[in-house]
Design a protein around this ligand. Structure first.
Ligand SMILES: [Ca+2]
Length: 193
């Protein structure tokens, strides 16, 4: 009985950490500066052609200047889709089977660099545990932090929102407005409109 009570407490504590705001599920605030994310999922970068040194995406934890007081880290993605060959790459993050059926807004914060050397566009993908996916264009990125809110259930893709596997960010040579640059990401969460 005592063991059960301890288990219950642990579940309650981890749930309250993930559900930070009212009705909001924060899946990644990156504040620890390393994986896992707030729902226990790993994250990293991926490359379509690992053998091509002229393209790639690399991830770094950067001190968080997104909130005041500063309280941790965000993610910096240095991407390069400038290549003789087709090039696409990006960032992936496991969602550990979270149930998104009660949410309809995917929110995250994004910025580029002050020198404007970054793409103003990329794509985001949400994938369920059966591999069904929905893709969303993200546009209008600026050198300043900006919240992007996506009404993610507006898709016609038959995604099973009750069991989500992964969130993927995609840079590609066709969509990118700048082919080699840096994008910062923070505070990925799901909420209600
Ligand atoms: Ca953060």
């Amino acid at each position: 009985m005592k063991r059960l009570a301890i288990c219950f407490l642990l579940v309650f504590l981890s749930a309250s950490a993930a559900y930070a705001g009212k009705g909001e599920l924060v899946v990644a605030d990156f504040n620890r500066g390393e994986a896992p994310n707030n729902v226990g999922g790993d994250y990293g970068t991926w490359n379509s052609s690992p053998k091509d040194p002229s393209q790639g995406c690399y991830m770094f934890a950067e001190p968080d200047d997104f909130k005041d007081p500063k309280e941790g880290y965000c993610i910096r993605l240095d991407y390069d889709v400038q290549s003789q060959s087709p090039a696409f790459n990006g960032f992936w993050m496991k969602l550990k089977g979270v149930d998104l059926s009660g949410y309809n807004v995917l929110s995250f914060w994004v910025k580029g660099t002050p020198d404007n050397k970054f793409t103003q566009r990329f794509k985001l993908e949400l994938k369920d545990t059966e591999g069904k996916r929905a893709v969303y264009p993200v546009e209008g990125i600026t050198p300043e932090w900006k919240e992007v809110r996506i009404n993610f259930k507006s898709t016609t893709s038959p995604v099973n929102w009750k069991k989500m596997d992964e969130l993927v960010l995609i840079f590609d040579d066709i969509l990118a407005t700048y082919k080699e640059g840096t994008i910062f990401i923070d505070q990925i969460s799901f909420g209600k409109k």
